[in-house]
Write a protein that binds this ligand. Structure first.
Ligand SMILES: *Cc1c(COP(=O)(O)O)cnc(C)c1O
Length: 427
């Protein structure tokens, strides 16, 4: 990428102004990252993590101390009774699927109170008689309540939908591919309290993907029974090669473990091979990297806001996940944005992303992912389903400087294609 020309010059001038404007937000993100870093170190120290914990096991993986201690460290970091951290969870979707199948029985109902869940979960929920072994295929029914126009939970409808059969209340912390606000940990705490007042014996489950370490507390610290996330996102710290985790009550975690392996076996087996060191080190790095990614998102939001685009969240709004949504006028702008982000990456910068029908998604999706880890979205990446209202979602970035470079490249791409005019910033 040539860093020259009048567009680039105008953009770098604007970047200076953007960073000045964002300075107080950056300071607050640094503070959160610092306290989360110390929290992680405290948990490592409490469990006396040593280098022999990184060795990993083979075969059945009995007495894999590294695996057992990693579960304890995660449980402490998440403020939960127990955790299960495994390379055998192949993705966030798989982890969430294990958690839901672990908690639900035929005849039970799953009720999502934050509206339609993330796209890849639609097939996990499935349809009655779909023959795929989905939740509904097993006779578990499903119901969702969309949030009100202001993003708050529609409690009237929720309370009318809770029945004898309601077993799991689903909450998705992050916006996913949606323009709604994400839910903060404090809001999730209020939801949990209210749900339990309506029906004390339900499990409150949180899809925590993209949320870890963006705040100082996690959902398991505000009464949630079980939450799940992906190590290909925040808590993997960009270096865990694969995996997922659940954290929550001992009972709920155990039910998930029975589903991941087999009833009676649970978390007691499972060779970790060579994955442990990266899972430990990734957790250690995660608070800092999440901070870098968040600062990058804030920078992206300020830059696009300055140029008249709509962003969500706004640059100075409280954040509870990594996702920065930006709304474009048409598919052309959207595609230029994603291609510009790709062009700024260290890996695969020469590849030009195009929209495609990705498995698990209902519309063609275009993705920029010049990542070291395939699909790693704690690394700078951008996705956009090609559908109105033309919103691109960017997330991640292992270093702030890379995200800044990505945003500037994306804007340069838009300007070079005359899809936006960059005037020099004047104060
Ligand atoms: C990414 C994500 C998932 C699914 O995780 P994968 O690793 O892509 O399978 C589920 N829910 C949310 C909110 C996500 O962001």
């Amino acid at each position: 990428m040539k860093r020259q020309g009048s567009n680039w010059l105008a953009l770098t001038k604007r970047a200076e102004a953007a960073e000045e404007q964002a300075a107080p937000v950056f300071r607050s993100i640094d503070g959160i990252a610092e306290r989360n870093q110390w929290k992680v170190i405290d948990a490592f120290q409490k469990h006396r993590v040593s280098d022999f914990h990184f060795n990993g096991s083979t075969g059945y993986g009995y007495n894999d101390t590294g695996r057992e201690v990693l579960d304890l460290v995660y449980a402490d970091v998440m403020g939960a009774e127990a955790a299960l951290v495994r390379p055998h969870f192949v993705s966030g979707t798989h982890t969430i699927s294990c958690a839901l199948f672990g908690l639900l029985r035929p005849g039970d109902e799953l009720l999502y109170i934050t509206g339609r869940p993330y796209d890849t979960l639609h097939k996990v929920i499935g349809k009655p008689g779909d023959g795929k072994g989905s939740l509904q295929d097993f006779g578990i029914t499903y119901c969702e309540v969309a949030p009100l126009a202001d993003g708050s939970i529609d409690w009237d409808t929720v309370s009318s939908k809770i029945t004898e059969r309601t077993r799991v209340i689903g909450i998705q912390r992050s916006r996913g591919y949606d323009w709604r606000a994400s839910y903060t940990v404090a809001q999730i705490g209020e939801m949990t309290e209210r749900v339990k007042a309506l029906k004390p014996d339900v499990y409150v489950f949180v899809d925590n993907c993209y949320g870890e370490f963006t705040e100082e507390l996690e959902p398991t610290q505000v009464g949630v029974d079980l939450m799940a996330g992906s190590l290909i996102k925040n808590p993997g710290g960009g270096i865990a090669p694969t995996g997922g985790y659940v954290a929550g009550t001992k009972h709920a975690v155990e039910l998930t473990a029975y589903r991941l392996t087999a009833p009676g076996i649970g978390g007691e087996v499972g060779a970790t091979l060579g994955t442990l060191r990266a899972m430990y080190q990734g957790l250690f790095l995660a608070p800092h990297l999440v901070g870098q990614a968040l600062k990058g998102s804030v920078f992206g939001a300020v830059m696009f806001e300055m140029l008249g685009f709509e962003s969500n969240p706004r640059f100075d709004a409280p954040r509870t996940d990594l996702i920065q949504a930006i709304r474009f006028k048409d598919a052309e702008q959207l595609i230029a944005f994603v291609q510009g982000v790709q062009r700024a990456s260290a890996v695969d910068s020469h590849v030009v992303p195009e929209p495609w029908d990705m498995p698990g998604y209902e519309h063609p999706v275009i993705m920029a992912a010049g990542t070291f880890m395939q699909g790693g979205s704690l690394e700078l990446s951008a996705d956009a389903p090609i559908r109105e209202p033309y919103i691109a979602y960017m997330q991640g970035g292992l270093t702030y400087a890379h995200v800044k470079y990505g945003v500037l490249n994306a804007l340069a791409m838009l300007a070079d294609r005359e899809l936006v005019v960059i005037k020099p910033h004047t104060t």
